[in-house]
Ligand binder design. Structure first.
Ligand SMILES: Cc1cc2nc3c(=O)[nH]c(=O)nc-3n(C[C@H](O)[C@H](O)[C@H](O)COP(=O)(O)O)c2cc1C
Length: 326
């Protein structure tokens, strides 16, 4: 590990560490107006939401790195106390990057970026038509820390009105595959939250789960199960009894046998197709034939069930490890 205290580093180094480690960061595309009514539009990835009652968001237009001057968004917010915060989708990111150019205060970034301004209902700053999620906000507080270049100015805003495209919903929930958001990482890296990057992990359903500490050794010491697999095993309220495991094995043994010659290749074909029930049928045959790798096949089957959200099957399959040599 490297160990640093910020006082021993130059500010750009501290910045590089922060934006590399605190990532991916959502991007707020913030529209404001100056006192004389000219539009401003800039992206900020020091951004998040902090509660929903009332709905609160905050972002940081820092002081400029070179001369510690204040950014236009900061000055506009202090003067007019209003903004619109919108999210950035993959289709917008090039224009958003363009809007981040340090234009002088009189330049309208809507014009420069080609993004379309539309009227808001409750505040003066315009909304960005192309963004599917727009929040009209009032500034509640501005917190500033430090006086030099890159010092934080945290704009804390309450959301007064949401505008959300109906196209991004599935069953009442904003669907990440439809909204296609991007986020900011280190250097000039971005991250697109779509496709294989997305996965689901439901919150623990009960406070009575067995937890990591009660996992039996044969599961903890496996070289097949990952740390995430162990955490998933630990979500159950109780470990299946021996009789339940036997019943499970008998049921699977009585099912029609797989109509393939029992070879390791077939097992891995099923694994590729996530057919863990067929894998388990083969495992029982491997055990009967005293296949030297039975333990590994049992664990691969349990892992496959676990990764297909069948925790009950996974526990019973994994527990067969304790029984198969009897
Ligand atoms: C994706 C992205 C994220 C950014 N995040 C921030 C940020 O969190 N804070 C900041 O001060 N500048 C950030 N910037 C730079 C500002 O957008 C840039 O300084 C902009 O010109 C400020 O405009 P303004 O002076 O009109 O407010 C970011 C730029 C990009 C492209």
């Amino acid at each position: 590990m490297f160990h640093y205290e910020p006082k021993d580093l130059a500010v750009p180094e501290v910045y590089k560490l922060l934006v590399g480690g605190v990532a991916p960061r959502p991007i707020a595309l913030v529209s404001t107006v100056s006192e004389d009514g000219s539009n401003n539009l800039s992206p900020f990835s020091f951004f998040n939401t902090f509660g929903s009652n009332p709905p609160m968001v905050a972002f940081s237009p820092t002081r400029r790195g070179q001369d510690a001057s204040f950014k236009d968004t900061y000055s506009n917010l202090l003067a007019t106390k209003e903004c619109v915060v919108q999210v950035v989708t993959f289709s917008l990111v090039g224009q958003v990057n363009l809007a981040s150019t340090e234009y002088t205060v009189d330049i309208d970034e809507f014009v420069k970026s080609g993004l379309t301004p539309i009227n808001s209902d409750l505040v003066k700053p315009k909304r960005v038509k192309e963004s599917p999620f727009q929040m009209e906000c009032k500034l509640v507080d501005m917190k500033s820390y430090g006086e030099g270049g890159s010092a934080a100015n945290i704009a804390i805003c309450e959301v007064l009105k949401f505008h959300i495209s109906e196209d991004v919903f599935t069953n009442g929930i904003i669907d990440p595959r439809k909204i296609d958001l991007v986020s900011r990482m280190s250097g000039s890296f971005y991250c697109r939250a779509n496709g294989e990057s997305l996965f689901e992990l439901p919150r623990p359903q009960t406070e009575n789960n067995i937890g990591y500490s009660q996992l039996p050794d044969f599961i903890k010491k496996s070289v097949i199960f990952t740390a995430n697999n162990l955490a998933e095993f630990a979500l159950v309220e109780r470990i299946p009894e021996q009789s339940e495991v036997e019943e499970f094995i008998n049921k699977i043994s009585n099912e029609e046998l797989v109509d393939v010659e029992l070879s390791e290749n077939d097992f891995f074909k099923y694994l590729e197709e996530s057919k863990y029930n067929s894998m388990m049928k083969m495992v029982i045959q491997f055990a009967k034939n005293k296949h030297p790798q039975t333990k590994k096949f049992i664990e691969l089957t349990a892992k496959c069930a676990l990764e297909n959200n069948d925790r009950d099957f996974a526990w019973k399959a994994a527990s067969y490890e304790l029984n198969f040599h009897k």
